[in-house]
Design a protein around this ligand. Structure first.
Ligand code: SF4
Ligand code: SF4
Length: 411
């Protein structure tokens, strides 16, 4: 099975084994061993939940800093669409984008514009016949990873389209090369709201290689912009998206841009998991589209953003109105499968499967039940597993022993 690169990392020296992350991880990827958290790499989907809840800042995201600009001859900023929700309302987004030039970027491309172009294409895809409905959005890479490892039967429902950041990056790179820039001298830098997007740049799903070179966090850029913004002259028109593209920053924005009727848009990883479970049972086939986000309110809730997710959501709502849902969209990227669709298959990574041999899997299942009955069932986490059931699974899989249960040991 393929080993994924991960943006979410653990700083062991800061960890004091408090178990906050243990309880929060949606894929039970964390164990506490010898008083320190450890991440089981195969299970981690880079959702960043552990990063949010760690009181000791022992979890971090691998991102670049603005210093990275020095390593390229020509640099392009691709701000995440949720960037729209970060700045106080008195700062017009065009001024914010012009501030990025002051920080050293040579060019800024409005990723929200790529999103609205993608909405046009997505609509055409949804009109095709014989699709596995509902189609599942790939915008939040956490959800795609989750499906790969936990709900592989839903892989055929995934709409195999690139994210707006990739569409934008490919378009810009091609243009710059045509204009005479050398490929290796171009640095396309994504300003990211979350570690998951960094992972999808470094180790993409559906394409062989990302056209984005590096990612810096929204947080880092935000504070640098706020220091200079009052002096920035908005000399260039860099803000290009209409309300349709900007709305992608919040839950439901994608379906709204497509003017869909039969869709559900769900935010927060726990709620998404409930929906995927229903979908696996075939309960949602009457829907056309499912938009799921690991973060509350969608990407405005990303863990590397600055603004409170609800304030960000409200700002995006207002900006969607300001820039208009009925404005014409300038189609300046050819809307073809070559430009917008994934070109490599998504493979299942069923790491929760007990065994490839059905008989052995049943035997293991029976043993897990047996150990679960033996354990106290109070889910204290003192053994280092998130709950008694997971400890039972770990014992059967050979990663733990029954003696790891402190309470049983005391009896
Ligand atoms: S990033 Fe998410 S999946 Fe990975 S260890 Fe942290 S909480 Fe678990
Ligand atoms: S909802 Fe958006 S910000 Fe949050 S993990 Fe998914 S892509 Fe990243």
């Amino acid at each position: 099975m393929k080993n994924y690169w991960h943006s979410v990392v653990l700083e062991k020296d800061y960890c004091n084994g408090c178990t906050h992350c243990l309880d929060r991880c949606p894929t039970q990827a964390i164990r506490i061993i010898n008083g320190k958290a450890q991440i089981i790499q195969d299970r981690c989907i880079d959702c960043g939940e552990c990063l949010r809840v760690c009181p000791y800042h022992a979890k971090g995201a691998l991102v670049s800093t603005l210093e990275i600009l020095k390593t390229f001859k020509y640099t392009v900023a691709l701000p995440a669409i949720s960037f729209y929700g970060q700045f106080p309302e008195e700062y017009d987004m065009n001024r914010v984008y012009n501030a990025l030039l002051e920080l050293g970027f040579d060019e800024v491309y409005d990723t929200a514009h790529a999103a609205e172009l993608l909405s046009v294409y997505e609509n055409a895809v949804l009109d095709k016949e014989n699709l596995n409905k509902p189609l599942i959005s790939t915008y939040c890479p956490v959800i795609t990873r989750l499906i790969q490892i936990k709900y592989p039967t839903l892989i055929d429902n995934i709409i195999k389209l690139e994210a707006p950041m990739e569409i934008a990056a490919r378009h810009v790179r091609r243009r710059l090369i045509k204009e005479g820039h050398k490929d290796e001298e171009i640095g396309i830098i994504y300003i990211t709201p979350c570690p998951a997007k960094v992972t999808s740049i470094k180790d993409p799903i559906g394409i062989d290689k990302s056209n984005i070179d590096e990612a810096v966090s929204t947080e880092e850029i935000y504070y640098k912009i706020m220091k200079i913004i009052d002096k920035v002259e908005p000399k260039h028109q860099l803000q290009r998206a209409t309300g349709k593209g900007i709305g992608w920053a919040r839950v439901g924005g994608q379906s709204y841009a497509m003017e869909l009727e039969d869709y559900i848009a769900v935010d927060g990883i726990d709620e998404v998991i409930k929906v995927l479970e229903s979908m696996e049972l075939g309960k949602l086939v009457s829907l056309d589209f499912f938009e799921g986000y690991a973060c509350v309110n969608g990407c405005v809730g990303g863990p590397l953003n600055v603004e409170n997710t609800f304030i960000g959501k409200n700002r995006v709502r207002k900006l969607t109105k300001k820039y208009g849902m009925d404005q014409p969209i300038v189609i300046d990227i050819e809307l073809t499968p070559e430009n917008l669709e994934w070109n490599t298959p998504i493979l299942p990574m069923p790491i929760f499967k007990l065994d490839t041999d059905f008989k052995k899997a049943l035997e293991k299942m029976a043993k897990i039940e047996e150990y679960t009955q033996m354990l106290p069932g109070i889910n204290c986490g003192a053994c280092g597993a998130p709950n008694c059931r997971v400890l039972a699974e770990d014992i059967v899989n050979g990663y733990a022993k029954i003696e790891d249960c402190m309470l049983l040991n005391k009896r």
